[in-house]
Design a protein around this ligand. Structure first.
Ligand code: R1P
Ligand code: URA
Length: 290
């Protein structure tokens, strides 16, 4: 087996992993990811006990327990470039022996649950609702750097989406499905759809402020796309990378989107933090019962 070098897997002087600043024993089997570092405390305030609080840069981690289940909640910051760091380091923490720098014989599979905000793109998806990403198209580049396997059906869905993009659109999308077991056990009764993971918040999500968009018809193509009864429901900035890397590394991942914007009707939530707080409580109850 190949020893992983000191520059491929970087450890801090105390043995913790480079960006997350965590030790292997700090990570529970159930991991909640949030974009906003301030949301970590909003999740862990529901825990019965908190055993650790650590952090570095935008990566804040609390581990504790709720209803007898050990849970880690950690912030990723915004975007799939951060997801690359968080997922590779989380996987290393649970599947690599930091002393020998060898991959463990027995691999651990984490349940990783995103609780994030998102914009709905269809007129009938109300703000202040919870929507689950059954799968995601990435308009960012992350999964073009990793091996991923798609089945025929998934490949056909991706090809249909590529054809639906506006003429002259230069970037290749990728596709990644949710973890099937998690989708079934945590969210089978909730509204679901295909999520678009965008490499930005403004023009990449069809917003026009002052900088002129080169792709003004991108949102129309996304809104109108349909394939075998599936449609695109919402936009955010991490889910496709989370699903792609979780699948590549053998973890289960599921993304919950708190819908704050209805882009079709130009409506934005009037109480984003109250709505997020309500859904954090509901999702934690689902996780405890899982
Ligand atoms: O609320 P979070 O989890 O950060 O998620 C969404 O909000 C951010 C943009 O405002 C992006 O990270 C997007 O994915
Ligand atoms: O419209 C939105 C709302 C939240 N997060 C996003 O990325 N987009």
């Amino acid at each position: 087996m190949q020893r992983i070098s000191e520059t491929d897997l970087i450890l801090n002087a105390d043995g913790s992993i480079y960006h997350l600043n965590l030790l292997p024993e700090d990570v529970a089997d159930t991991v909640i990811t949030v974009g906003d570092p301030d949301r970590v405390g909003e999740v862990s305030k529901h825990f019965d006990t908190i055993e650790l609080k650590k952090g570095k840069r935008e990566f804040i981690t609390h581990t504790g327990s709720l209803g007898g289940k050990r849970i880690t909640v950690l912030s990723t910051g915004i975007g799939t470039d951060n997801i690359d760091i968080v997922f590779n380091e989380l996987d290393a923490l649970v599947n690599i022996d930091f002393k020998t720098r060898l991959v463990n014989d027995k691999l651990r599979s984490l349940n990783i649950i995103r609780i994030g905000t998102s914009g709905g793109i269809q007129a009938d998806i109300p703000v202040d609702e919870l929507l689950v990403s059954a799968s995601a198209f990435g308009l960012d580049a992350l999964m073009h750097y990793y091996h991923q396997e798609l089945n025929n059906e998934e490949q056909q869905l991706l090809s249909a989406f590529e054809k639906a993009l506006p003429a002259g659109y230069k970037l290749n999308p990728y596709f990644a499905p949710a973890g099937k077991n998690l989708l079934q056990s945590l969210a089978h009764d909730l509204p679901q759809g295909i999520t678009i993971t965008a490499p930005g918040f403004y023009a990449p999500q069809g917003r026009q402020v002052r900088a002129k968009s080169l792709t003004p018809s991108l949102m129309d193509s996304i809104q109108q796309f349909g394939h075998n009864g599936q449609r695109i429901t919402n936009l955010e900035m991490e889910t496709a990378g989370i699903y792609g890397l979780a699948n590549s590394l053998g973890h289960q991942a599921l993304s919950f989107n708190v819908i704050l914007a209805n882009r079709a009707n130009h409506v934005f939530s009037t109480d984003p933090s109250g709505v997020m707080d309500k859904f954090i409580g509901q999702i934690l109850q689902r996780i405890v019962k899982m």
